[in-house]
Write a protein that binds this ligand. Structure first.
Ligand code: FE
Length: 352
């Protein structure tokens, strides 16, 4: 297929107008030109942290459900999907991995394990019953497709978890943690460079203990952000954009199965979740993931920060893949996924 006169947003360059020919997922030709444009072509969006969508829940999904989830997300522009578990029993997590390993869809890129090796005091909407310290026998089997584990460095056994994860090329992301600045600094020097949904369920900034936010600003961490207008105020999003900058921000949805289904009562691995006016909460009032769609995350971030299209391609895809060791290259011969949007960032077509 050929797209004529599109504004191509290349994360490693700048945007330019071109005709681009793509065949079976491979770029055949890019012809730069001086012309007016109507549509924008972004690298496909990446969601590295999502628990569910449209009634599908990662914890109970069959391999077919994972495939449907990936297909449904084409309308959100998501071309790399990392279904995310919650703190659960080892058996439940192993069942998720088993189903995921059978699923086939080009967008299914790996699993993110959020917990159970996190801090109970920072549980948020993680089920405390399953939160635990780490020891090797607690680690689920079949980790081949696990790409990210959210864990808290202060828990017992973390050092062991980090060394096993590193040997399996699984990224540790600090999350649901009360770690102090000195802990971030220590682990950053050891090679950890990612923070889960900053600053939710993390130690806040204090002028004598700058916590997760201080670490994110002062050190080189990549940070996940939930830009749904609920988890973070617009001012916090602006603050992160101005201090940490667009090269280290990774937009995520943290969406739960209620996303796209409207208000009501839902289940999050044994915890009751009440969705009212699109806000998901446990009965104790804690936020319980989001009902944010990726396309809305993109629009919200653009609106709040006024960022450039190039910066938007960083926070929606380039950074997430780079953080996992993959670099997007947009040039002939490369296999690249794209999303075509209009000038208001509405998704027109997703090219996988
Ligand atoms: Fe979380």
């Amino acid at each position: 297929m050929i797209f004529e006169n599109v504004l191509l947003v290349n994360p490693t360059e700048k945007e330019f107008v071109c005709d681009i020919e793509i065949e079976n997922g491979t770029i055949i030709n890019i012809k730069k030109k001086d012309a007016s444009w109507k549509y924008i072509l972004f690298p496909g969006f990446v969601d590295t942290h999502t628990h569910g969508y449209m009634g599908i829940d990662c914890m109970s999904a069959s391999s077919k459900d994972f495939e449907n989830w990936a297909s449904l997300l084409e309308k959100e522009g998501v071309t790399y999907l990392f279904p995310t578990t919650v703190s659960a029993s080892k058996t439940s997590i192993e069942k998720v991995l088993e189903e995921f390993n059978k699923a086939k869809h080009p967008s299914l890129s790996g699993i993110h394990l959020e917990g159970p090796f996190v801090n109970k005091e920072k549980a948020g909407a993680q089920n405390k019953e399953f939160i635990t310290s780490f020891s090797q026998e607690k680690l689920p089997k079949n980790l081949d497709n696990v790409k990210i584990i959210t864990a808290a460095p202060e828990i017992e056994g973390f050092e062991k978890l980090y060394s096993i994860s590193s040997s399996k090329k699984i990224k540790i992301s600090i999350g649901h943690s009360d770690a102090k600045f000195s802990d971030y600094s220590f682990w950053y020097r050891k090679g950890i460079n990612r923070i889960t949904h900053l600053p939710n369920a993390l130690r806040p900034l204090h002028h004598r203990e700058v916590g997760a936010v201080g670490a994110a600003v002062l050190l080189g961490f990549y940070v996940e952000l939930i830009v749904d207008g609920i988890h973070l105020s617009p001012e916090f999003v602006k603050f992160v954009y101005k201090t940490i900058g667009p090269s280290r921000i990774i937009l995520i949805t943290d969406s739960i199965s209620a996303t796209g289904l409207g208000d009501g009562k839902y289940d999050l691995y044994g915890l009751e979740v009440y969705v009212k006016n699109n806000v998901a909460r446990l009965s104790n009032g804690n936020l319980a993931g989001s009902t944010l769609t990726f396309s809305n995350a993109v629009k919200n971030f653009a609106k709040i920060t006024g960022c450039s299209l190039h910066e938007l391609s960083l926070v929606t895809s380039y950074n997430a893949l780079k953080n996992l060791g993959n670099e997007i290259k947009i040039q002939p011969g490369e296999r690249t996924k794209f999303v075509l949007v209009d000038q208001d960032l509405n998704i027109i077509k997703t090219i996988i």
